[in-house]
Design a protein around this ligand. Structure first.
Ligand code: NAD
Length: 520
């Protein structure tokens, strides 16, 4: 299973999909192997419905083999010097950069993302690998001399064992790269179960990891859905579980993993608000709202789905409508397209149902993307940009995560009211405020109960030397992804307290200048 061949193969497959369906291998025990399963799930191009490949639902034996192989890898890897672990990450980062465009092309075809967006998905992952290459300073412990007379204490971080990652469809490069590079740099081994909707990109990431010189069974990639996830959540060899996905599945993963006494960090759904103060720069607000609501077809956990205008809003909303009406979805290589299709017909139907429900509930639909088509691509899961005003907090349109290019506008009288509205939301992933007032910005960042705040920045995703810190219903767990928190999540701390007695020091009379100490 060679990267160059697989990338070329995927190009050909897009053309010859009807006559040839490729079955995606799994990475088990350092080899890309065909599954023995009877269950194969088609992976489709969301712009055309062409079947790009089929992905297996790993058998119970394959799951066991991957986990046991990862366990063996861990026993050696935990003894590997930290600088060697860092060097694997440096080589990996280099390879990912070298193949950036090729990975993005495969990613664009299986997700439908436009090429620039697909490249961004890969790039944000590369940044985490760069961070993981700093592992020697990140895993440093603490030391205090003389905690009592003649007694010193120091702490170390030590890896946990086999860790597992379960990833969603919407960032098939970035989110796997949030997980396994940090876990492995900390000295663990890793079993990855990517989304069955776009598994080709994670397979390529794994292939490059092997090429970077990582020990061959350190990373295992198994495929499938609920059954395979549940095996990871309940298997005694899995010590920690990282999950990113929807709220119901996140709750299930958190409950099951912790019930089986594992560490868990579960990043879940979101509904993010942008508060617009009357003194904000209109050009910035409008262009950022367009990109933050419709970019990636709204399929981002940090998308802005609610604009909250403080004070008079009509003129803002009119201009917003005009700008949203100018953008349209299209194929991944259509440079005029602002975004791609929804990932599946089911996802598209869900968005359309919520749009319909919004109209029935009494919100005003100013721009309706329900009946959207793209020339030459009649079978794509298209939804056009959609704008609602007069949205109320009790409407499904407001309460549900839509995960489509749909922006809801609300109007309040004061900043306090806006803060109350946002704080009342069960989600807490991201929010932003646009204002020229430092005092308003300070009040907002201080009082808002959301984990990631942008000030005149629409999608405040932290860079990897910070952590991705969603709150409330958007996150179940304690330690977040990447940054210092990932090191805490993927390691144990060992604290050593030691005392040495002065009269045990050998002097010249005992050993002389050439004395040797027998360490055995
Ligand atoms: P999903 O919950 O359907 O799937 C996520 C993963 O869980 C997949 O690997 C899938 O195979 C597995 N899975 C699905 N059903 C399962 C079940 N019943 N039991 C066990 N495992 C199951 O999510 P998705 O549709 O792939 O991704 C979109 C969701 O992810 C959105 O809700 C989005 O907000 C969320 N998300 C959150 C963040 C964040 O950082 N908070 C980031 C990206 C995506």
């Amino acid at each position: 299973y060679d990267l160059t061949l697989s990338i070329r193969g995927q190009r050909q497959r897009c053309i010859r999909a009807s006559s040839m369906t490729t079955r995606l291998p799994q990475l088990i025990n350092g080899e890309f192997q065909q599954s023995q399963t009877d269950t194969w799930i088609p992976v489709t191009n969301p712009a055309t419905q062409e079947v790009l490949c089929e992905v297996p639902a790993a058998t119970a034996e394959e799951m066991e083999s991957a986990i046991q192989s990862a366990r063996q890898a861990f026993l050696e890897w935990r003894e590997t010097p930290v600088s060697e672990r860092a060097r694997v990450m440096l080589r990996y980062q280099h390879l990912l950069k070298e193949h950036h465009d090729e990975i993005a092309e495969v990613l664009a075809k299986e997700t439908g993302k436009v090429f620039a967006d697909a490249k961004g998905d890969v790039w944000r992952g590369i940044e985490v690998v760069e961070h993981a290459a700093n592992i020697p300073s990140l895993v440093m412990g603490e030391t205090v001399a003389n905690v009592a007379r003649g007694i010193d204490s120091h702490s170390w971080t030590q890896p946990l064992g086999v860790c597992a990652g379960i990833t969603p469809f919407n960032f098939p490069a970035m989110i796997p790269l949030w997980m396994f590079p940090m876990a492995i740099a900390c000295g663990n081994s890793f079993v990855l179960k990517p989304s069955e909707q776009d598994p080709m990109t994670p397979n390529i990431l794994a292939e490059l990891f092997l090429r970077a010189g990582a020990p061959k069974n350190l990373l295992q990639v198994v495929h499938g859905g609920k059954e395979q996830v549940d095996t990871l959540l309940t298997h005694p060899e899995i010590k920690a579980v990282s999950f990113v996905g929807s709220v119901p599945v996140g709750q299930h993963v958190y409950r099951t993993a912790t019930d089986h006494l594992k560490r868990a960090q579960c990043f879940a759904g979101a509904k993010n608000h942008m508060v617009v103060m009357p003194d904000a720069r209109k050009d910035q607000v409008i262009s950022n709202l367009v990109g933050a609501s419709c970019g990636a077809a709204g399929q981002r956990c940090m998308a802005i789905s609610v604009a909250v205008f403080v004070g008079e809003s009509q003129q803002w909303i009119d201009e917003l409508k005009d700008e949203l009406a100018k953008i349209h979805p299209g194929a991944w290589d259509d440079e005029s397209a602002a975004y791609g299709p929804q990932i599946s017909p089911k996802a598209r139907d869900r968005v359309l149902t919520l749009i319909k429900q919004g109209k029935e509930e009494g919100a005003t639909c100013l721009l309706d993307g329900s009946d959207c088509s793209v020339d030459g691509l009649p079978d794509g899961n298209w939804v056009g940009p959609t704008l609602f005003s007069d949205v109320k907090a009790d409407m499904a349109l407001y309460k549900e995560e839509i995960f489509g290019p749909v922006l809801c506008c609300m109007t309040v009288d004061t900043l306090e009211e806006a803060i109350e509205l946002v704080n009342h939301s069960p989600y807490g992933n991201g929010t932003s405020i646009f204002t020229a007032s430092g005092a308003a910005a300070r009040k907002y960042q201080h009082e808002i109960e959301v984990g990631q705040v942008g000030i005149n920045v629409p999608i405040p995703v932290p860079l990897p030397f910070f952590s991705f810190t969603g709150w409330k219903g958007s996150f179940y767990g304690d330690q977040h992804a990447y940054g210092k928190q990932a090191v805490r999540f993927y390691t144990e701390t060992k604290t050593v307290t030691s005392r040495w007695f002065d009269d045990d020091i050998p002097d010249g009379a005992h050993g002389g200048p050439n004395m040797t100490i027998n360490l055995k």
